[in-house]
Each structure stands twice: as structure tokens, then as C-alpha cells.
Design a protein around this ligand. Structure first.
Ligand SMILES: C[S@@+](CC[C@H](N)C(=O)[O-])C[C@H]1O[C@@H](n2cnc3c(N)ncnc32)[C@H](O)[C@@H]1O
Length: 307
């Protein structure tokens, strides 16, 4: 059925190699994704591009486009779960040192019983850093201490979430799997910031991932708006080779409800305790799929909202 609209780059006459597994439905979408990959390549090769990559329109089509209202909603959620992450926000500002992001002074007024009536101005912070702080807060609420974990992130962008998580916990190994040039950009970014245990891999390398782990566990798999943007074949490979082998998981699932339902069903086959922890703070309310949160005492939804 044509209405399924699950087109591959090759079907619309584009060369897919640069977008390995990234789902494209229109020529315009494919062009934006190709431009993003090209910009990542330029930022890897030329320091003058790297210095300002977060300001580049081609980058902002894919990442670095968080809205102020979304950040305010994220702060409210963090305040309800882990206000100390907001109180200690300065340690996450390292994520704004590189790539010249647009930064803001953002006021937070707590309505949380954990920090009653507290008010704070977060100075010179990017809205993306706030978004990553929200993910960190969710991870702490779900899994507690991540100290010494081996983490795999699928589609980690420039490594912003890794940077924020590494301010909080000593991570044993942080594997980021992304397309060639975004993966290299994340490696460059984290290397400059001094994270030696950050390893960038490209999608074909997941075939040999088990031997790379050399018996180590995958303590946590994370993917925000990346695994969910892959085509079905690639998603199924990630489920088999990474997600099924991970002890814990946190996956923000953007995309249509039927696609989210399919993925929920496929992951559930290997992770019986899969549940919907929450919906993200955008208007679209994307579900956050979670498993392995044994000690989490909050509600565990099992059914997706209908569109
Ligand atoms: C919308 S961005 C999200 C980036 C990051 N997770 C974040 O939340 O800021 C989507 C990411 O998925 C990556 N990606 C695309 N195809 C991929 C694939 N087959 N495997 C892993 N990552 C992929 C893109 O390069 C990009 O970094």
C-alpha cells in the first residue's frame, strides 16, 4: 500500500550510502539529511567550521533547534524529579563551550515539593543543554546510579548527552553509534573536552559489537530521536544486536503512532518489562520507552496514546 509512505532513499533516486539506515520519505528530507552529514564532515575537517557548527542552518535542521517553551517545560520536569540537577547547572555548561551555541538566561521557579519556592536564573545556557539535563534527570529517576556503566547511545548527534551524563557519573565506556561523519564529529567534540572513554562507531560496526564488548555488559542503551528515525530494517538490527542485549533502556520514540507501536511490539518480544515511562515535553508528546528500571516506583503505562 502506497499510503505506508516508508520510502528508502534509493526509491526516490538518492544515493543512500551516506544516510545508512536513516529513513527518508521525501527528496526535501533527504537533502536536509545529506546537508547535515556534509556539514558534519566539514566540521571534522575544518576548525573554522567546527567553531560555529551549532549556528549553522544545515546543522539546525536536524539538531540544536530546541524551543524556549520546551526548555521551560523540561526544567519543570527536572525540578519535580531531581531539582539538584538545576541547582548544579553550571557543571553542565561545559557542553556549551564548543560549536558556538546560542545561549540564554533562563529563569526557573520551582513548584516542586523537593525544592519549595526556589528560584534561580540559569545564565548563559543553551536550550539543548537543558534538554540533555532533562534526559539525565529521567535516567537518574529510572535507574539511579550510573557509575561505571557501559552505555551505548544510538545516534548521539555531537555527543551532547554523553557530555552531560559524564559530568555526573564516571562512565566506563560510552559507545556512540552514528553515521560516519556525525560519529567522527562526536568523537572530535568529546576528545577536545577530554573524554577518552567515548567511542564512536558506524552502523556496519554493530555486526562485530559483541566481540568489541569482549564479555562486558551493555548496562544501558539510550536513543533520543535517532533509533526511531531509522528505517524498519535498521531498527530491527539494532533491536537484535544492541537493545535485546542491554540490561536497561531509554528510547524516545518520535515518528508516527503506527511506527511507535511496531517498535514497542518488537522490543517487547525481548524485553517483557518494557513500558512507557513518560511522554516528552514537546507538543507531539513522543513516548519514552523504558526497560530494566527494576526499582522505579512510578506508574508504568503499557499502551500508546491514540493520535
Ligand atoms: C534528530 S538527531 C538526534 C541526535 C541526538 N540523539 C539528540 O537527541 O540530540 C538524529 C541522529 O540520528 C543519527 N542517525 C541517522 N541514521 C542513523 C543510523 N542508521 N544509526 C545511528 N544513528 C543514525 C543522525 O546522524 C543524528 O545524529
Amino acid at each position: 500500500m502506497i499510503a505506508k509512505a516508508e520510502m528508502e532513499a534509493s526509491e526516490i533516486g538518492l544515493i543512500e550510502t551516506a544516510l545508512e539506515g536513516w529513513r527518508v520519505r521525501t527528496t526535501e528530507g533527504a537533502n536536509k539529511k545529506n546537508e547535515y552529514v556534509q556539514l558534519c564532515e566539514a566540521a571534522c575537517k575544518e576548525n573554522k567550521v567546527f567553531q560555529f557548527f551549532k549556528q549553522d542552518r544545515r546543522y539546525q535542521e536536524i539538531l540544536e533547534h530546541v524551543e524556549l517553551e520546551v526548555s521551560m517545560a523540561a526544567l519543570e520536569r527536572i525540578g519535580n524529579l531531581n531539582p539538584q540537577i538545576i541547582q548544579n547547572y553550571k557543571k553542565y555548561l561545559i557542553n556549551d563551550f564548543l560549536g558556538a551555541p546560542t545561549t540564554y538566561n533562563v529563569k526557573w521557579k520551582s513548584g516542586s515539593p523537593l525544592a519549595p519556592e526556589e528560584e534561580l536564573e540559569l545564565s548563559n545556557i543553551s536550550l539543548s543543554t537543558i534538554r540533555y539535563m532533562k534526559v539525565l534527570s529521567d535516567l537518574v529517576a529510572l535507574f539511579g546510579d550510573l557509575e561505571n556503566f557501559n552505555i551505548v547511545e544510538i545516534g548521539g548527534g555531537y555527543g551532547g548527552l554523553a557530555t552531560v551524563i559524564c559530568q555526573e557519573f564516571r562512565i566506563n565506556k560510552y559507545y556512540n553509534i552514528d553515521l560516519k561523519w556525525p560519529a567522527k564529529l562526536a568523537k572530535k567534540y568529546t576528545r577536545i573536552l577530554g573524554f577518552e572513554n567515548f567511542i564512536s562507531l558506524e552502523p556496519p560496526q554493530i555486526d562485530s559489537f559483541s566481540s568489541r564488548l569482549n564479555g562486558d555488559a551493555i548496562d544501558l542503551v539510550i536513543s533520543n530521536y535517532a533509533f526511531s528515525e531509522c528505517n524498519e530494517k535498521t531498527q530491527d538490527e539494532y533491536i537484535e544486536k544492541i537493545i535485546a542485549r542491554a540490561h536497561r533502556g531509554y528510547i524516545t520514540q518520535n515518528g508516527s503512532n503506527p511506527r511507535a507501536k511496531r517498535v514497542f511490539g518488537e522490543i517487547k518480544k525481548t524485553k517483557e518489562d518494557l513500558f512507557i515511562f513518560d511522554y516528552d515535553v514537546t507538543n507531539r508528546r513522543h513516548p519514552i520507552f523504558t526497560f530494566g528500571a527494576d526499582d522505579y516506583v512510578g506508574t508504568r503505562e503499557n499502551k500508546l496514546h491514540e493520535d
